[in-house]
Design a protein around this ligand. Structure first.
Ligand SMILES: C[S@@+](CC[C@H](N)C(=O)[O-])C[C@H]1O[C@@H](n2cnc3c(N)ncnc32)[C@H](O)[C@@H]1O
Length: 240
């Protein structure tokens, strides 16, 4: 599973950045998460681990606010684009840091990509200083105005490795959490652009090649019109 996730993101660099340049969606998520982390921290969040930093979209947001931000990702190709901070190619299930290293650990749209988020949640708690804060953003899907999942009746093969509930439960096992939902009005064309990212199309068609899955995702979503809502669960916790 992890090797597939790594390869999927290695293949996604240009489509990911094109989507972000058009929508600013991951920047928006990181800014909201940074605000929640600061709001709940008793002390300044000076040292941040951006866990699943990708091409550095979230890293830039945290680096603007913290004295020290470290970017960590499993995908070498995503990280290669990242210029904003020290970068480490690693798995957030096995963090290469000693205990009590950070004031904050942020998983911006990354913790749902492992089958068992409990492992990374434990690692995040280990590297956090006492009173440190940890946060994650996990997708809740795309819904119509009446709250219906737009993918409910569409033919696809799978969903993400882990759901938002599992991400929340994993973090709640380690820290005291607060959660909420962020909603973004999204055009049908931007839903198609999101699924033009090979790693996102892989959540629909995990067994197909990059070209096949992106083509099939575009065909699947060809009839989508108007605006739908993309929903994300945020979870923020404070270490004891
Ligand atoms: C949707 S991207 C988000 C990137 C970035 N946080 C942003 O806001 O643009 C998810 C990132 O998590 C990384 N990732 C997935 N599983 C990982 C793991 N086990 N350890 C480290 N990074 C991982 C992927 O390689 C990918 O770059």
């Amino acid at each position: 599973m992890k090797a597939a996730v790594r390869t999927n993101f290695d293949d996604s660099v240009s489509a990911y950045d094109a989507y972000e340049q058009r929508t600013g969606r991951f920047t928006a998520l990181a800014k909201l998460l940074a605000t929640e982390l600061s709001a709940r921290a008793d002390n300044p969040v000076n040292a941040v681990l951006d866990a699943g930093a990708g091409t550095g979209v979230s890293t830039r947001v945290f680096a603007e606010r913290a004295q020290r931000t470290v970017a960590l990702d499993i995908s070498r190709e995503m990280l290669r684009k990242l210029k904003a901070a020290p970068r480490i190619e690693a798995d957030f299930d096995h963090l290469p840091f000693v205990d009590n290293s950070f004031d904050g650990v942020a998983f911006t749209a990354s913790l749902f990509l492992v089958p068992d988020p409990a492992v990374a949640a434990r690692e995040a708690a280990r590297v956090l200083r006492p009173d440190g804060v940890v946060g994650a953003v996990a997708p809740l899907g795309w819904v119509d105005a009446d709250g219906t999942d737009v993918f409910a009746d569409l033919e696809r093969e799978s969903r993400s490795p882990t759901g938002a509930d599992a991400v929340e439960a994993a973090l709640a096992n380690e820290v005291t959490v607060t959660t909420g939902t962020w909603c973004f009005a999204t055009t049908a064309e931007d839903v198609r652009r999101f699924h033009a990212i090979p790693a996102m199309a892989a959540r629909l068609y995990p067994r197909l090649t990059v070209d096949e899955r992106v083509t099939k995702a575009r065909a699947l979503l060809a009839g989508l019109e108007g605006t739908v809502e993309q929903r994300w669960r945020w979870i923020v916790g404070v270490a004891e």
